[in-house]
Design a protein around this ligand. Structure first.
Ligand code: ADP
Ligand code: MG
Length: 336
């Protein structure tokens, strides 16, 4: 079997990079991750690595892999994650994970939360503001301000948890200008935080052991959010924060509530093969879906504190087993 690995690397060819600020490539994969995935895939078939930059359509058409393992995040805009799946659909090449419509949908955190809430899945209430728009707020404080469609806590700084309108307007202004996209302001869910990794499809969907994000492990004075600083500054491979507990220490009631919310969010949003749902409890202990990650991060080294591989390890799956499971799931769905 010929397997294509389509990715966005942290150092794309200069002519295709579109740097904006120091964190412009935060969502992209480092060489170590690309190599680790390629190594895992090489146990299943012949691997062709293709960087998701202009010209990749021609490479895909030339190599015609039997299946693509897609981890490409795309550069910019509301369709960035959908671009490669659209090309693959057009070429008739099957691939792992969600299709373009679900990727585009989940990237918009506000649309996803509203959609889920209307279907009875708890999700935070929020408002969206575009650059220069007057900020008003009819929901409760504290609130959290974040870019509408980023990941890896890009733009979610420790100071994004705000207590009044002036602070909110300041963060909205910073985010809309810096990230050239609307800012999403949400009611802050103050309870425990979890993330649930799922593998499978309709009828056969497995939840890996939930991970708790131990916000109490953050340095003194830090706000209780899994911010940019928490992910990339305070937690370093050479000095990791004890930020995850997996399996999470939870009772059966909470486990089934988390499972139900994560499963419904996954299925309603049209995820396929694998995805990770971030959840947080409100004051009364009800899990809310904060966001859906149909392209979950998969840093290979345990010290890098990456949730999906961590949950897989707790389920007895090595990194290579995890990649193989995703491939198997996609093959089954596509009847390959
Ligand atoms: N509505 C919310 N209530 C409470 N905490 C939130 C909320 N939205 C985001 N957070 C906090 O911010 C972190 C990052 O937000 P998230 O939307 O998951 O961004 P990313 O896509 O960058 O992971 C979450 O892990 C959580 O700690
Ligand atoms: Mg998240």
């Amino acid at each position: 079997m010929k397997i294509g690995l389509v990715y966005n690397g942290k150092n794309p060819p200069a002519a295709t990079a579109r740097p904006q600020g120091a964190d412009w490539n935060l969502e992209f994969d480092d060489q170590e991750t690309i190599e680790a995935v390629a190594r895992a895939l090489s146990r299943i078939g012949e691997v062709v690595e293709i960087e998701a930059v202009p010209g990749c359509r021609e490479k895909l058409a030339f190599h015609r892999p039997d299946l693509v393992f897609n981890i490409a995040e795309g550069f910019d805009g509301p369709n960035r994650e959908a671009e490669i799946p659209m090309i693959l659909d057009e070429l008739g090449i099957p691939y792992t994970g969600a299709g373009p419509e679900a990727l585009r949908f989940c990237l918009d955190k506000h649309r996803t939360a509203d959609f889920l809430r209307r279907r009875g899945v708890p999700a935070p209430r929020g408002r969206v503001f575009t650059a220069g728009e007057k900020v008003s707020w009819d929901l409760s404080f504290p609130a959290i301000v974040k870019p509408l469609r980023e990941g890896s806590s890009k733009g979610i700084r420790d100071d994004c948890l705000v207590g009044d309108l002036a602070e909110m307007a300041d963060k909205v202004d910073r985010i809309t200008r810096r990230y050239r996209q609307p800012a999403l302001v949400e009611e802050f869910l103050a309870g425990r935080e979890f993330t649930c990794a799922l593998i499978g499809n309709n009828g056969d969907l497995e939840l890996l052991p939930p991970v708790e994000i131990n916000l109490a492990a953050l340095p003194p004075g830090a706000r209780p959010i899994y911010s940019y600083e928490a992910k990339w500054v305070w937690d370093r491979p050479e000095d990791p924060l004890p930020i995850f507990t997996c399996p999470a220490e939870i009772d059966e009631n909470l486990k089934s509530a988390l499972t139900a919310t994560a499963r419904r969010a996954y299925l309603l949003s049209g995820c396929r093969d694998w995805a990770r749902i971030d959840l947080r409890l409100d004051r009364s202990g009800v899990p809310h879906s904060i966001e859906i990650n149909p392209l979950p991060g998969i840093l290979p080294r345990p010290e890098d504190n990456s949730c999906f591989p961590k949950a897989a390890r707790a389920a007895g799956l090595s990194y290579d087993d995890l990649i193989a499971r995703v491939v198997e799931t996609a093959k089954k769905r596509c009847a390959l």
